[in-house]
Design a protein around this ligand. Structure first.
Ligand SMILES: [Zn+2]
Length: 304
């Protein structure tokens, strides 16, 4: 079985200059190479991973499969072990109770891990494996997918967000936006080209991540500016009706008002996100869509 070759591949890599150079160019350090037992296929023509960096996927410390990433431009970019489906790379990250960053590519996750973040890679999957989604212990999940000009990264993150919410309806999922520096930016690209600013870019991306709500996609898939005026399911309309105030500045991305859900909110903490028709209060932490807001307002104001 190919997956038994992990250690042989690992030592092969340490002696294979071209493969090692590929990894060093990606600014992945030797301790990370050793910790994750990265390897390289041998030069034997019949080796399945010849010409590929081998990345073993461990599930609960047991080798599950190997993914290949070509370091020779003439080869297909990725290769999997035959007949074995992919799982999360750095799977054990899902057991961190605090937070989890999910990336698309393995080198993206490695770049983050090397800088001290808790990250795993979905390795090109569009849905998380049921078992993996169910086992996530992290309260906050950040999706840090490629900054793709044709939006496929954003669509991908929505699909993954939904597949997580199917199993963990309470998960707090945020979608990160990587800086717009060139055509297509991914996490590893930032590490390679903006090494000195890497942490700064990542923390900005985490801090400005947008909370994801299921209502997003159902209602606003076409992303055209919604007509607020008469839709009773608009957050703005619900607030106007309940509180008899006017929600201004509707052309902005979001509007902040004094929170109707907690007392003495003198700095407006209650944020309405127009595009996604959702709300989040930085003071009391309440969040959700129209249904949730009606429920909370009814309870608070005693109207039901
Ligand atoms: Zn509040």
């Amino acid at each position: 079985m190919i997956i038994n070759n992990v250690i042989d591949y690992h030592f092969e890599l340490l002696q294979n200059e071209i493969a090692l150079k590929y990894i060093i160019n990606r600014k992945i350090s030797l301790p990370i190479v050793q910790a994750f037992k990265l390897g390289a296929g041998t030069n034997n023509y019949d080796d399945w991973f010849s010409g590929y960096i081998t990345i073993p996927i461990f599930i609960d410390n047991i080798i599950y499969t190997i993914i290949g990433r070509s370091y020779k431009p003439e080869l297909k970019s990725h290769k999997c072990t035959p007949d074995i489906s992919t799982r999360l790379f750095n799977h054990s990250a899902i057991y961190n109770p605090k937070y989890l960053i999910l990336t698309e590519g393995i080198f993206d996750a490695l770049s983050l891990i090397q800088s001290g973040y808790n990250a795993a890679a979905i390795c090109g999957l569009s849905n998380l494996f049921d078992e993996d989604a169910k086992s996530i212990k992290s309260r906050d999940i950040y999706l840090m997918f490629d900054n793709d000009p044709n939006l496929s990264g954003r669509k991908g993150s929505k699909r993954v967000a939904l597949s997580i919410l199917e199993h963990l309806p309470d998960a707090r999922i945020s979608i990160c936006k990587l800086p717009n520096l060139s055509e297509k930016v991914d996490v590893n690209y930032l590490l390679m080209h903006y090494h000195r600013y890497f942490r700064e870019y990542i923390s900005t991306s985490l801090n400005s991540a947008e909370r994801f709500f299921v209502e997003n996609i159902k209602k606003n898939e076409n992303l055209s500016p919604p007509n607020y005026e008469n839709d009773p399911d608009r957050i703005e309309v619900i607030i106007e009706n309940y509180l008899q105030i006017e929600m201004k500045k509707r052309n902005k991305r979001h509007t902040q008002i004094n929170c109707p859900l907690h007392e003495n909110d003198n700095t407006p903490s209650f944020t309405v996100y127009h595009k996604t028709n959702s709300f989040y209060c930085f003071g009391c932490g309440q969040s959700g869509g129209p249904k949730r807001l009606r429920f909370l307002l009814d309870r608070k104001l005693g109207t039901k």
